[in-house]
Design a protein around this ligand. Structure first.
Ligand SMILES: [Zn+2]
Ligand SMILES: [Zn+2]
Length: 190
């Protein structure tokens, strides 16, 4: 059993195509943990900015945390909403460091967003990578300098596509050893 015992993927609002079960399958295998049935929560009104057509990621993390996850259970929210955090125009996801809630946005993960033909498999792979990355923050990992490591910061989708779906040896050691690196307070973006 890894550092995560159970994970539940939670749809925040409607998804264009519901990939939550596939996502949960891939991610639970990555962390060797139990996968709980997926769930849905309505998008909160808090944090929605109609001017920028984006949702403040922290509001979605709060919404997940307020849903009262069972002890030991991690919640990964999935939303179509484009997300942002102070200091960043957009983020692919966000997580509470050392917390048990994280969220990813599907808005910028589709090829169609960039005017290219749809690639459903690539889209799913990107969502898996973003989910694993955010859960890495939950487990106490910061950003990693290894371009191929899942904990490398994704400033753009090219970063996400370049990196692999797993942790580098260094990050893996931190996870296995249960060591905790100092992280900034507040949510981690990307
Ligand atoms: Zn790493
Ligand atoms: Zn990150």
């Amino acid at each position: 059993m890894g550092p995560i015992e159970e994970i539940r993927v939670v749809r925040l609002g409607m998804l264009v195509k519901d990939i939550s079960a596939e996502l949960a399958g891939f991610i639970s295998r990555r962390f060797h943990c139990r996968m709980l049935p997926t769930d849905t929560l309505p998008l909160p009104a808090e944090g929605w900015d109609p001017g920028r057509e984006q949702h403040q990621a922290e509001a979605l993390l709060d919404c997940l945390a307020a849903s009262g996850p069972a002890p030991g259970c991690f919640l990964l929210g999935v939303t179509e909403r484009d997300l942002w955090l102070p200091g960043m125009n957009y983020v692919f996801g966000a997580a509470q460091p050392h917390g048990r809630v994280a969220v990813i946005s599907l808005a910028r993960l589709r090829e169609e967003f960039y005017g290219r033909p749809a690639d459903p498999l690539l889209f799913l792979l990107r969502a898996v990578k973003e989910g694993v990355h955010e859960l890495g923050h939950n487990l106490g990992l910061g950003h990693c300098g290894n371009l191929r490591c899942i904990m490398f910061f994704s400033n753009a989708l090219t970063d996400t596509d370049r990196k692999g779906p797993g942790f580098c040896d260094w990050c893996r050691d931190v996870l296995d050893g249960g060591q905790r690196v100092a992280l900034t307070e507040g949510p981690f973006g990307d």
